[in-house]
Design a protein around this ligand. Structure first.
Ligand code: ARG
Length: 432
């Protein structure tokens, strides 16, 4: 039943929680000041030591309490007053998760910056976009970069909103229905720079909605990002050869000297599959559990950390990959001549210029294609001629990317402020 190994993720956060708790006990006069001071000093030195508990303890909370008693004698036992592991683990989880959210947000900001700069660089680089895995319309890599940016922007918005859900304090809630100690929960929340408290003590200790919410939007994003990976892999197939990557993302075969396998993409795609599995585990574990704390919740936690790790590592790898991606314009040109990817535009222009219903123009163009002709217009003109907002028209792409870059730097400032605030409060609790 032990969570000792998983608890390494929240060792520091558990100590921060305990320091805030002891400070509060001291402020309400529930324990002698000199004992409070000694406990806090010991907690701070424990934080500097490596987390190496022997396996006789059930979890990090028991371990730290045992260390306090070992070093301070019986007065270390004050730590248990007004505390439940249920409210303390919930607090530590939220402290850890808010930091991971800041980390993911920062890696998304970097990915967006790369995608937006690449959008500007490749606003003219024609590529054949697919639907149904078949040549569909001429577009540009720049246009696809703005797709990735908009997806990442939506995720970032959701992430920062869920940060507010996570960043609330369950501390002082006891095991379920509070404690007889007159803890000031708002003051404790302020000390840990939480933005307020999780009010209901049973919800504060027994719910993991904050964790499910963060994990589920992250996995939704990863699944969508994975589809993008599939596009890159498709474009990399020698049969298409529309793009090239830096060699650091490619691996050769031990027997086939000609191979250039997109190794990082393949591994990340598999990890995304694992993340889906971890989220499914979280749902499955939590679903049968009543609203109060049960150890099932302990077993749910590690899946959340694994999802966050997959996201942080993978997003960094994709950003690195996109920095070095290039379009093989000559190869794309060959296929532009081969497939009628501007037939839709041709039919539209025919409909409008001849004043005939689109269905008639469509039929006429379909007949031409059946006869082996390749009706269409110059793909560059097709792209440039589109004035529709969000289309691949290079001037629209560049203008939009530039505006997004400006917007991005203000989001970055906001995320940095969150990080600075968290760092400052935690450093203070740790004694600077
Ligand atoms: N180790 C547990 C967890 O990670 C917290 C302890 C709660 N244990 C208990 N018997 N109430 O969730």
């Amino acid at each position: 039943i032990s969570s000792l190994i998983d608890d390494s993720e929240i060792y520091r956060e558990t100590i921060l929680t305990l320091i805030a708790h002891v400070n509060e006990l001291n402020k309400v006069g529930a324990l002698p000041s000199n004992d409070a001071e000694a406990i806090i000093n010991t907690l701070r030195s424990l934080a500097k030591e490596p987390y190496k508990p022997s396996d006789e303890y059930e979890d990090v909370h028991e371990y730290i309490e045992a260390m306090l008693i070992q070093r301070l004698g019986n007065s270390g036992g004050w730590i248990g007053l007004g505390r439940s592991r249920n409210d303390h683990v919930a607090t530590a989880l939220r402290l850890r998760l808010r930091r991971l959210i800041i980390e993911i947000a920062s890696s998304i900001i970097e990915l967006r910056r790369v995608a937006l700069n690449k959008a500007i660089e490749t606003a003219d680089a024609v590529i054949i976009g697919t639907t149904h895995r078949q040549p569909a319309q001429a577009t540009t890599l720049g246009h696809y970069m703005l797709y990735l940016d908009e997806l990442s922007r939506d995720f970032l918005t959701n992430l920062l909103s869920i940060y507010e859900t996570v960043n609330k304090s369950p501390l002082g809630s006891g095991p379920l229905a509070g404690t007889m100690v007159k803890l000031n929960r708002v003051r404790e929340a302020e000390e840990l720079t939480f933005n307020g408290i999780v009010e209901n003590t049973a919800y504060a200790t027994g719910s993991r909605y904050f964790m499910l919410a963060a994990a589920s939007i992250t996995v939704s994003y990863l699944v969508e990002l994975g589809r993008f990976i599939n596009n890159i892999e498709m474009w990399l197939m020698p049969q298409l050869n529309y793009v090239t990557l830096e060699p650091s993302h490619l691996a050769t075969s031990s027997i086939m000297p000609h191979k250039r396998n997109p190794a990082t993409l393949e591994v990340f795609r598999a990890r995304i599959g694992e993340a889906v599995g971890h989220l499914t585990s979280m749902y499955s574990i939590e679903r049968p559990v009543e609203a109060g704390y049960q150890l099932d919740l302990q077993e749910e936690t590690r899946h959340a950390w694994l999802i966050m790790r997959i996201a942080i590592d993978g997003v960094g790898i994709i950003a690195d990959l996109l920095r070095g991606i290039k379009v093989n314009e000559e190869r794309v040109k060959e296929d532009l001549a081969k497939y009628p990817v501007t037939a839709a535009e041709y039919a539209e222009l025919m409909s409008m210029s001849r004043g005939i219903p689109f269905r008639d123009a469509h039929r006429e163009v379909a007949v031409m294609i059946k006869e082996g002709k390749n009706p269409g217009i110059n793909p560059v003109e097709a792209i440039r001629g589109k004035e529709v907002l969000g289309s691949p028209n290079p001037s629209i792409v560049i203008e939009s990317a530039k505006a997004r870059l400006i917007e991005l730097s203000s989001i970055e400032t906001r995320v940095k402020e969150l990080e600075v605030r968290v760092n400052k409060a935690e450093a203070e609790l740790m004694g600077g």
